[in-house]
Design a protein around this ligand. Structure first.
Ligand code: NDP
Length: 418
């Protein structure tokens, strides 16, 4: 009882954790108490034998407390943290003696948290590419550049352990390991067929989501990148358990590492579905400047349009209860096996309401948070290990694929006609 009371108070954290030390428990630091953070906390609690004590830290302690209240029987410690300040992250990691840091804050915090992990020699995991707040461009360059420092610190960093990136990379590694001698093409298909009843709302952080969707498209073909206007290329794809949906070519971050790590890959494309209403709203918002990321002056105050829009839109973490329908995300891989051409489709279908019943969250956060937990679990168990900074496809996919089945994200594989 005493432990539960003090676990709300950041000043008492050492006392609480000291008691855990006696029992030689692991300490897992989760940074970011948003939609994905909620799922990660729930799933780590379900796997408490691996994750031990959970410390949830976020910019706003109220978000942490709300998640903690959903799990009254679990030993979760909550604290306020501004993860933009490397020194503050270092202090917290040292104070709690974290065994791993799961970063599910925003992509803007990736580098500060990685640097804190290097300074404290603590393993690191995230779900999204670093992006600078002032430039809508995500890439691995600055995270990969920390590879040497991770090696020198004797730690592992796992990048992009969400669904896409994340599970999609593991699907490709699984296809490579078991089904192909050489892979020629990869098409990634991402469909969220959920309906939350709002005319316009994003299923994860609106700022990150709208920056991604309104950016230029890009695909890899014959060893080089081709650029398209935003959502310029479209095709219809038939998603199992959902049906045929318009799917738009976009640039997506797993393509950067897959072109590097799947040897001999000739082409990779990424498609995502959007409803007409979503696209119409997005075009209007873009045309009138509401997606702008540069400061504008309004009545003597400086505001960033996309941040104001985020304030006005429904908070994604409140959508769980009202979102109905399914998601289907998968990869279609073609290549050669024993001299024959082959084509396979590996995909995962999730149901928004089923996810909500389990962890109070819709399927987008669920399908991101579960793989984040699995990546961290494999790291803590030593099943995925190494020194430096890694992408998901660089490890043996088998243990991850098994965990997906047992942790709530069962997948399917079917052979397609070539
Ligand atoms: P949310 O906006 O719901 O949550 C982000 C959380 O991070 C909030 O609790 C926020 O705190 C916290 N935060 C923001 N800035 C800071 C800071 N400086 N210091 C500490 N905490 C901070 O986003 P999601 O949960 O939807 O997404 C989380 C991450 O997952 C993002 O990086 C997103 O890009 C990624 N993602 C990855 C996917 C994949 O498949 N790979 C798919 C979906 C998302 P507060 O609320 O107090 O401001």
């Amino acid at each position: 009882m005493y432990l539960k009371q003090i676990s709300y108070l950041s000043g008492e954290i050492s006392a609480y954790l000291y008691i855990g030390e006696i029992f030689n428990m692991k300490t897992t630091l989760i940074i970011g108490a948003g939609g994905v953070g909620r799922v990660v906390v729930h799933k780590c609690v379900q796997n408490a034998g691996v994750f031990g004590r959970i410390v949830l830290a976020s910019r706003n302690i109220e978000s942490c407390i709300n998640i903690k209240k959903e799990l009254p029987d679990a030993e979760i410690f909550v604290t306020q943290l501004d993860a933009d300040i490397t020194g503050d992250v270092i202090k917290l990691i040292e104070k709690i003696d974290a065994d791993i840091v799961i970063n599910v804050a925003l992509p803007y915090q990736d580098l500060t948290i990685m640097d804190a992990c290097i300074a404290t020699k603590t393993p690191y995991l995230d779900t999204a590419n670093y992006e600078h707040p002032d430039e809508a461009k995500f890439e691995y360059k600055l995270q990969w550049a920390r590879d040497e420092k991770f090696k020198e610190a004797g730690i592992m960093g796992l990048l992009g352990s969400g669904f896409d990136p994340g599970v999609t990379n593991v699907f490709c590694a699984f296809a490579q390991k078991h089904y192909f001698d050489t892979i020629d093409t990869i098409d990634i298909y991402d469909c969220n067929d959920g309906n939350n009843g709002y005319i316009f709302a994003t299923n994860f952080n609106p700022e990150i989501n709208l920056r991604e969707v309104s950016a230029k498209g890009r695909y890899w073909d014959g060893g080089r990148w081709f650029e398209t206007e935003p959502l310029q290329m479209k095709k219809v794809w038939d998603y199992p358990e959902i049906g045929k949906r318009d799917s738009y070519l976009m640039y997506h971050e797993e393509m950067e590492s897959l072109t590097k790590n799947i040897k001999g890959l000739k082409q990779i494309k990424f498609y995502m579905t959007f409803t007409k209403a979503y696209l119409d709203h997005m075009h209007v918002l873009k045309n009138i400047g509401m997606l702008g990321i540069k400061e504008v002056e309004h009545k003597g105050q400086k505001i960033i349009p996309i941040e104001l829009l985020k304030t006005l839109l429904p908070n994604p973490s409140t959508l769980g209860k009202r979102t109905k329908g399914k998601t289907n995300i998968g990869v279609v891989v073609t290549g050669m096996k024993n001299g024959k051409r082959k084509r396979i489709y590996i995909y995962q279908v999730s149901d928004h309401q089923k996810c909500y019943k389990e962890v109070n969250s819709q399927a987008i956060s669920y399908t991101t948070g579960v793989p984040a937990m699995i990546g961290a679990k494999l790291m803590l168990e030593g099943k995925w290990s190494g020194l430096g900074v890694f992408n998901m496809e660089e490890f043996d996919p088998d243990p991850f694929m098994q965990e997906l089945v047992s942790q709530g994200l069962p997948w399917k594989l079917k052979e397609l006609e070539v």
